[in-house]
Ligand binder design. Structure first.
Ligand code: URA
Length: 194
């Protein structure tokens, strides 16, 4: 987290730190998944081991910054499909307007994990969960690296059943909607466009 927050961190170092945080978030985001016992033949004998009871959850990065979390989550969940959700912010209403959504047809048979490094006002996360639920998702988890205190209740109010997993809860939002102290623009820092 210190590497992510430090202004001098280069984009490759930023992506690498994001990968490691994503792995930890993925462990937390999968902790609740039901398992069943499977029988596995080891080189020595038969072992009873827990495996996921249902299809692995769908990963849903929010374009663009969420893409930087996919590698870490896909390392833990290599069989998970990856849906995409894109929204831009309307300058007048300040509300997110969806411009892209593509998800697997079997969304209703698996959970969904929304990936967005920064939960600021919560508007985009709320829109992503609304869209996923409309597409049939029943068990939705939102994962963010840093959340603002404004965004957490906004998500809980709109989607009380959605799970929220974050690595840090920061102080507040600034007038432009940046999280303080935060880490700046996560997409720009991950992709070198700042
Ligand atoms: N999105 C970002 O990338 N950073 C913030 O601080 C808030 C939203």
């Amino acid at each position: 987290m210190a590497t992510l927050r430090r202004a001098e961190t280069s984009p490759p170092a930023f992506r690498s730190a994001l990968f490691r945080v994503a792995l930890l978030l993925a462990a937390e985001a999968t902790r609740h998944l039901p398992t069943r016992t499977a029988s596995v033949t080891t080189p020595l004998e038969t072992a009873s081991v827990p495996v996921l009871a249902a299809k692995p959850p769908c990963l849903v990065p929010v374009l663009r910054a969420g893409l930087a979390l996919v590698e870490g989550f896909a390392t833990l969940l290599p069989e998970s499909p990856v849906a995409h959700f894109g929204a831009w912010r309307d300058h007048d209403t300040l509300k997110p307007v969806e411009y892209y959504f593509k998800a697997p047809a079997d969304l209703g048979e698996r959970g969904a994990i929304v990936l967005d490094p920064m939960l600021a006002t919560g508007g985009t996360a709320v829109a992503a969960v609304t869209r996923l639920k409309a597409a049939g998702a029943r068990d939705v988890t939102v994962c963010a690296v840093i959340a603002a205190p404004e965004g957490v209740p906004a998500l809980a109010a709109a989607h009380p059943e959605a799970r929220l997993i974050i690595a840090a809860l920061d102080r507040c939002l600034d007038p432009r909607g940046y999280i303080l102290p935060g880490l700046g623009d996560a997409g720009d820092r991950a992709f070198g466009t700042g």
